[in-house]
Design a protein around this ligand. Structure first.
Ligand code: ZN
Length: 487
């Protein structure tokens, strides 16, 4: 594998690969190879690339720029626990072997999450980048698209030439981020200039639910990034805030500012990274839940007292989109104790319960031992339920059962799955807008759920994704860090 000399008019040839996993180290779940959706070579277009995602942004933009994109290998999984060491090795090998086998290339463009941890390897993106760098040499440019919730490490900075990160949370700019990474790499190749990073760590631990970009202080911070990039031909080419991932007990935890640009402007990039870090630090006390937040019983009281329906309550301590096990039944138990009516809970992960409902059939009754009540017990303590089976069905390859206990409807799945879109509930024959209360296993709500809700409440429930960060059993996290420590 060699870097071709830049020839004017010659089509740049870019290897494109990715691995995206956000790893929660507090859950007992492990992530194996089978949990990843993987695609190699041309399969990527059908399997890993869909309209508007980061791979689409990279591949589509390289096409638009007249470069030749060579898709190599992609792996993406729902957030969950540590990646098994063998799975991580297998994915790294496939990316490295794929790049080695794709012929002469001019650069590499990667889509990474940035907060991935494998067994025995806290800095998994840093490790992957170090291996690729060792294989391709110092000169070949490597540019990465990152999730905003990336945990930046010195190894990542050392082994990649530039980064572009999401600027929206909830993330609705995956395509734009992939496009910015592709353009950055293309600009470097077209001009023959060398990309470099400057960065500044920010010792702040923050949950996504306190840093949505539609509200302050994130709105101003995102604007500050754009201002740093305002000169069209000089200075920072890409400025990013990375917010880290608080549900990982990582020695690298916390936020960072990265500014990427060209080598001859390194001093200016360093100043910009310092400015961005200072601005973020100055605003650290302004981060707050952008949704009304309350402990579970208070949240249920607030929901019950709200005349406008539906109210959507996030069971935030058991949020699969941040890697939780999605099987905690505390809210179901609380709703039963309150004899709630017209309440819907979506979704509890419990394959045995789905099977029991399938066996009983629609209209039948099933004795369920659902999920686990105590999120901190390793031995399950399920919730016994006598449930009426409403229906069973399959949506997007996941088998679901809809069961009712009194006025409470419970959606159960045989795989952990994010219910980003109420359309999934509609596909199961439910009318989400017709319930008084929807409980979703989520942190901040997707735009589709926000649009449906008359009022949204973040229930601060216990679990693998407890929003009360001071409750989490950190042992390896670097200290001091705000707000856990006085700073
Ligand atoms: Zn994210």
């Amino acid at each position: 594998m060699t870097k071709d000399e830049a020839h004017p008019g010659k089509k740049a040839r870019i290897a494109v690969a990715g691995i995206m996993h956000e790893t929660n180290t507090f859950t007992a779940l492990r992530t194996g190879l089978a949990d990843f959706t993987v695609a190699a070579g041309q399969e990527v277009h059908a399997v890993a690339r869909w309209k508007g995602n980061v791979f689409d942004g990279i591949l589509g933009t390289l096409d638009d720029l007249g470069a030749e994109a060579v898709p190599v290998y992609f792996a993406r999984a729902l957030p969950s626990g540590l990646i098994e060491a063998a799975a991580f090795e297998a994915i790294c090998d496939r990316i490295a072997d794929g790049i080695a086998g794709c012929g002469p290339i001019d650069g590499i463009c990667l889509a990474l999450h940035g907060s991935m941890c494998a067994e025995g390897c806290d800095d998994s993106e840093g490790e992957l980048l170090a291996r690729l760098r060792a294989a391709v040499g110092r000169e070949l440019p490597i540019v990465c698209a990152l999730d905003m919730h990336a945990t930046v490490t010195a190894a990542m900075i050392a082994h990649a030439d530039a980064f572009a990160a999401y600027r929206t949370a909830p993330h609705i700019d995956e395509y734009d981020t992939g496009a910015r990474a592709a353009k950055l790499l293309h600009e470097a190749l077209a001009t023959g200039r060398k990309l470099v990073n400057e960065w500044s760590e920010i010792p702040v631990l923050i949950a996504g639910e306190q840093s949505e970009t539609g509200v302050q202080p994130m709105r101003d911070l995102m604007e500050a990034l754009r201002l740093e990039e305002r000169a069209p031909d000089a200075g920072p080419r890409s400025a990013s805030y990375l917010l880290g991932f608080p549900w990982a007990d990582s020695p690298f935890g916390g936020c960072a500012a990265i500014v990427s640009g060209f080598e001859e402007e390194r001093a200016e990039l360093r100043q910009a990274a310092g400015r961005l870090a200072e601005l973020f630090w100055a605003k650290r006390q302004a981060f707050a839940f952008s949704t009304e937040a309350a402990l579970l019983e208070e949240a249920l009281d607030l929901a019950a007292g709200e005349p406008r329906k539906p109210v959507i309550l996030s069971d935030s301590g058991d949020n699969p989109t941040a890697g939780a096990s999605q099987d905690v039944t505390l809210v179901v138990q609380a709703l039963i104790a309150r004899r709630a009516e017209r309440a819907l809970v979506a979704t509890i992960f419990d394959p045995a319960a789905v099977l029991a409902c399938e066996t009983a059939g629609a209209g039948g009754n099933a004795e369920l031992r659902l999920g686990r009540l105590n999120p901190y017990e390793t031995a399950p303590s399920p919730l016994p339920l006598h449930a009426a089976v409403v229906r069973t069905g399959t949506v997007l390859d996941v088998n679901y059962a809809v069961a009712a206990v009194g006025g409470i409807t419970i959606v159960i799945s045989d795989r952990r799955t994010a219910v980003y879109d109420p359309a999934i509930l509609e596909a199961l024959g439910l009318r989400p807008g017709a319930f008084d209360l929807l409980v979703v296993k989520s942190g901040y709500l997707s735009p589709a759920y926000k649009a449906l809700a008359e009022r949204t409440i973040l229930a601060l429930t216990p679990g693998d994704t407890d929003e009360r960060l001071s409750e989490l059993p950190y042992r390896r996290l670097r200290r001091p860090i705000y707000p856990l420590d006085e700073m």
